[in-house]
Design a protein around this ligand. Structure first.
Ligand SMILES: Nc1ncnc2c1ncn2[C@@H]1O[C@@H](CSCCNC[C@@H]2Cc3ccc([N+](=O)[O-])cc3CN2)[C@@H](O)[C@H]1O
Length: 289
């Protein structure tokens, strides 16, 4: 059944189930507008600064797709939140993009932009920036917006703490060809064990030989998800991250790390770094390509 926003997932241990349920309750106060303002406006999203966080994230995603090895029909974005930047490169490669989030308020925010309704977040500077990365010139942003609107097929409920995070039949039986997830798993998991378990769950959504692109926070123990909504985060470092990746059976292809300059630490969280991971789910039988 589709994830219920107050569900405690299917964690095996009663204690884990309680802390996952507690995490779900934290998210009832999530405010998309505040979250977008805190993280997706300047200085963290300053397209005039080479060391701003969003341009770094968009460059990582652009390069990951530009290499040409990530291809297929279906891309799934896990824990989209109210943001679309994470699929601006992938939407040119895949004919079907599935967006997902745990909260209806976020799914509604995504649908608002997809329907070109008034009053939503303005992604134009992001579209223009990715067009520049693609050598298309900023005026192509309208084509990119139209492309994105044409390939997003669904905005679905998801719960990464369930062994099957999506409702049955949401993706092709063999799995998605590519999975993207940005700042989700570490922000919804009460501890490292449930983070690793959630990574295993979402890896099951990808076909053997498919790719996984992860963006996330290093050293983060909390973030503000609303004016007075503080959400705990499991703090990751490079070693624990790579350990979880190995435990989930993914093959690490690339790990890039961004260290926040002092003026990017704006008081809405205690992030010290950002990671970008390109990984692959091995073919069945462990063979190569
Ligand atoms: N059980 C669940 N399964 C799937 N998704 C779930 C579940 N529970 C909540 N969700 C869903 O996952 C959430 C995703 S947003 C999580 C925010 N992550 C932390 C935040 C992000 C951020 C952004 C930018 C920068 N920066 O430096 O530029 C730093 C940081 C660090 N702070 C939210 O959409 C919720 O709705």
């Amino acid at each position: 059944a589709p994830a219920k926003e107050r569900d405690g997932g299917d964690a095996e241990e009663p204690a884990a189930r309680n802390s996952i349920a507690a995490m779900a309750r934290c998210y009832q106060g999530f405010d998309p507008a505040v979250y977008l303002q805190y993280n997706y406006t300047a200085p963290r999203a300053d397209f005039g600064r080479a060391d701003s966080i969003v341009p770094w994230k968009l460059a990582c995603l652009h390069e990951a797709f530009a290499e040409g090895d990530v291809k297929g029909e279906t891309l799934v974005d896990v824990g989209s939140g109210p943001t679309l930047y994470q699929v601006l490169s992938g939407c040119e490669v895949f004919g079907r993009v599935v967006l997902t989030d745990f909260l209806e308020v976020n799914r509604r925010e995504l649908r608002r932009w997809l329907a070109a309704e008034e009053g939503g977040f303005d992604w134009t500077p992001y579209l223009q920036h990715v067009c520049r990365l693609e050598g298309r010139g900023p005026s192509a942003w309208r084509e990119k917006a139209a492309r994105l609107r044409s390939v997003v097929s669904e905005v679905l409920p998801i719960d990464v703490h369930r062994p099957c995070p999506l409702a049955p039949g949401s993706l092709p039986a063999s799995g998605a060809d590519c999975l993207v997830s940005s700042f989700c798993l570490e922000s919804v998991s009460p501890d490292l064990g449930s983070f690793t378990q959630a990574l295993r769950h979402v890896t099951s959504l990808v076909r053997p030989g498919g790719h996984v692109l992860l963006i996330g926070a290093l050293g983060e123990t909390y973030y503000m998800a609303g004016r007075d909504v503080r959400v705990p985060v499991v703090p990751l470092d490079e070693a624990t991250l790579c350990g979880s990746l190995k435990a989930s059976g993914l093959e690490l292809l690339r790990l890039c790390i961004y260290t926040l300059p002092a003026d990017m630490r704006v008081g809405v969280d205690d992030v010290s770094g950002i990671f970008f991971i390109k990984a692959r789910k091995p073919q069945l039988g462990g063979g190569g390509d």
